[in-house]
Write a protein that binds this ligand. Structure first.
Ligand code: 5GP
Length: 140
């Protein structure tokens, strides 16, 4: 249960792998999930590496949750959502596939189901348009 700094989100943080970023501050980055479970699915990650919530520095959690809240409100507005689903998985048995702590922020609409977790890759242009809507809501 150690942190591997070669994981894909660490590469996104370093800019080695492209992502559609919606928010960044000193401690935190938020970007579009490439296999969204619903349009507007965002991942919020701390910049400081931990494998998941179980080994995270509590101060990192204290820095990250206000950003989860900020992004959740922006996603709700941008996608006119009825609700927001926040998900966070710890270890493979719980569904974790990328081993850098992250929070899923997923808009929900009454009567509409979710697509599968880590399902189908979305078109880059669609992710770019969704990221722009969320950035606009974050400014408002
Ligand atoms: P986990 O199962 O670890 O909670 O979720 C990992 C999430 O990362 C999945 O929802 C998956 O779609 C997403 N993901 C996997 N690889 C990439 C990637 O290279 N870029 C982005 N933006 N998301 C990714």
């Amino acid at each position: 249960m150690t942190y591997d700094p070669g994981n894909i989100f660490a590469k996104i943080l370093k800019g080695e792998i492209p992502s559609h970023r919606v928010y960044e501050d000193e401690h935190t980055l938020a970007f579009m999930d490439v296999m969204p479970q619903a349009p507007g699915h965002v991942l919020v990650i701390p910049k400081k590496g931990s494998r998941n919530l179980l080994d995270a520095d509590p101060q990192v959690l204290a820095n990250t949750i206000p950003v989860v809240q900020k992004v959740a409100n922006a996603v709700k507005e941008a996608f006119d959502a009825d609700g927001i689903f926040i998900a966070q998985f710890n270890e493979p048995a719980a569904g974790q596939t990328v081993f850098h702590l992250h929070f899923h922020v997923i808009p929900r609409h009454e009567g509409q189901g979710l697509k599968p977790h880590s399902g189908k890759m979305e078109e880059g242009a669609v992710l770019a348009a969704h990221a722009e809507k969320i950035r606009t809501a974050l400014k408002g």
